[in-house]
Design a protein around this ligand. Structure first.
Ligand code: NDP
Length: 484
């Protein structure tokens, strides 16, 4: 099999196999072919990985930040040099078009490694002067062994977004990819080793939810960072709480995108396309509830449908193809179920809605209009290429309906009224807001959710606070006065 890795897991600097673990078939979503066969980690492999991470961490934390950063920056360079090969793997693992994976996966991972590599040397505590010459200084300390658990939509990016700040702060990591997309994290591990990371610093174990659960509950683990759905997030957060472990939760969303009648219509249509159909809609921050002011509704729908008709659906390895399959048959069936519900609830199907004939898990980009707030397709995260267009009249109404959700990952507004744009951004209950654009996530900007969409922030300087803790050292320059 062309994409068969040397072994299933990467532990203590080498590939490790334990065929006693349950089989994991890796399927190319465009054809349904099995492209690799791996094994889920047995308790013995999980133990080895945690032990290797524990052993590597202390010496790594004792290096200077500059030395740690150098390894990460070298890894970023290697990742960029291999972008093509990594993108081919990512396309086969996820089904995302090569047009996308070439610009949004390994490149985004490399950005994180470069950014946090650059930051590592300037991570410091502070000096706090007190009365009488006493003072406090703080030390920013690593947490220890961190566990990363990934979703299947951006496997390389997720591994790097977690590893880069964790390692920059002096932690080690055991990473468990989604069993649907297990291949690319192994490549990240290889690259980090080649860049000079000590063995055991970054380990990859494969497996289903039970492997993740075993990692989360292990006493050697100081922190858990999950990218996944809200139900999984609740379970992992609760399990981590038993030992008071640190957590970051990057969870799902049902984000609003509000288009006012003074918006640049073409930009708004482009935003709606990027925010619903990139990666076949399998993006957590997608703006899947598109509120359009009533006056421009039909013009918006007309232009949107015309543009979506230009999507090129097909073989993801064809550089001209801009829309690929769903990641798995199971995910395709889930999304088909939501499309059926939209039709049954009386939403107006503007385009799409069907599976493509033949092999592969291809669903057409689907747009529903006349969607109302109570419909299931407007309330639940679908995680597929299904856009709901809703009408509104006033700014106040749009904001209150946009916020009427348990999620709070992202929100967007399209308008040419500057004051209104900032009023909306201030009013949105969301971790990331967009004004006249959608779904950009540069490493320099914090990324994460409000409400049920998560805890903590990835990327930017904010991530440092989630992978380190502060030790306070009080220094007395005076005698100690005791009452007796
Ligand atoms: P899941 O929540 O099903 O799984 C996420 C990861 O958690 C997988 O690796 C899964 O393993 C693992 N897992 C499952 N159960 C447990 C458990 N009890 N303990 C520990 N780990 C467990 O999400 P999906 O993989 O289906 O990904 C889609 C979801 O991810 C969507 O809701 C999406 O919104 C969200 N997401 C959020 C992002 C963000 O940054 N906010 C970015 C990307 C996606 P296994 O797969 O083997 O069951």
């Amino acid at each position: 099999m062309k994409f068969q890795p040397r072994a299933s897991h990467f532990v203590n600097g080498v590939y490790v196999e334990d065929s006693a673990g349950a089989e994991i078939d890796v399927i190319y979503p465009a054809t349904g072919d099995v492209i690799a066969r791996l094994h889920s980690a047995t308790p013995a492999v999980i133990d080895q990985a945690l032990e290797a991470a524990r052993a590597a961490q202390k010496a790594w934390a004792r290096l200077s930040g500059t030395e740690r950063g150098r390894v990460l920056r070298r890894a970023a360079d290697i990742m960029r040099e291999r972008n093509h090969d990594l993108s081919v793997i990512e396309t086969h693992d996820t089904g995302k078009p090569i047009q996308e994976t070439t610009v949004a996966d390994a490149t985004s991972g490399a950005d994180a490694l470069e950014y946090f590599g650059g930051l590592a040397g300037s991570l410091t505590g502070e000096h706090i002067p007190l009365a009488g010459g006493d003072f406090v200084y703080t030390i920013r300390e690593a947490l220890g062994v961190c566990v990363g658990i990934g979703a299947w939509n951006y496997p390389t990016q997720i591994a790097c977004w977690k590893a880069a700040p964790a390692l920059a702060c002096g932690n080690s990591m055991v990473f468990k990819p989604s069993e649907t997309t297990p291949l690319s994290a192994l490549k990240v591990a290889e690259i980090l080793m080649e860049a000079g990371a000590p063995k055991g610093l970054f380990n990859v174990v494969q497996g289903y939810g039970d492997a993740g659960a075993a990692l989360v509950t292990d006493p050697r683990v100081a922190k858990v960072s999950l990218t996944g759905s809200v139900p999984t997030g609740k379970k992992v957060y609760a399990a981590a709480a038993a030992d008071m472990k640190h957590v970051s939760m990057e969870l799902g969303g049902k984000s609003p995108m509000v288009v006012f009648d003074d918006a640049d219509l073409d930009n708004a249509v482009s935003g709606a396309i990027l925010g619903n159909f990139y990666s076949s809609g399998q993006v957590c921050s997608n703006g899947t509830r598109v509120f359009v002011q009533r006056g421009i509704k039909e013009a918006f729908l007309e232009r949107l449908a015309a543009r979506v008709a230009m999507a090129k659906i097909g073989d993801p390895m064809d550089p001209e193809v801009s829309f690929g399959p769903m990641v798995s048959e199971a995910q395709m069936k889930t999304v088909q179920g939501y499309i059926d519900m939209g039709i049954a609830d009386g939403a107006r199907l503007i385009c799409g809605g069907k599976k493509l004939e033949g092999a592969g898990y291809f669903l057409e980009p689907t747009i529903f209009a006349d969607v109302t707030d109570g419909m299931t397709i407007a309330r639940e995260e679908i995680f597929g290429p299904v856009m709901s267009v809703l009408d509104f009249d006033t700014e106040e109404e749009a904001l209150s309906r946009a916020n009427a959700t348990e999620f709070g990952l992202a929100a967007g507004v399209f308008t040419s009224d500057l004051n209104r744009a900032h009023r909306m951004a201030a009013g949105f209950e969301a971790g990331t807001c967009y004004i006249n654009t959608y779904n950009l996530a540069p490493v320099e900007a914090p990324f994460g959710g409000a409400k049920m969409s998560g805890i903590g922030r990835e990327n930017s300087k904010s991530a440092i606070n989630h992978y380190s803790e502060t030790k306070t050292v009080y220094v007395s320059m005076n005698g100690v006065e005791a009452p007796y």
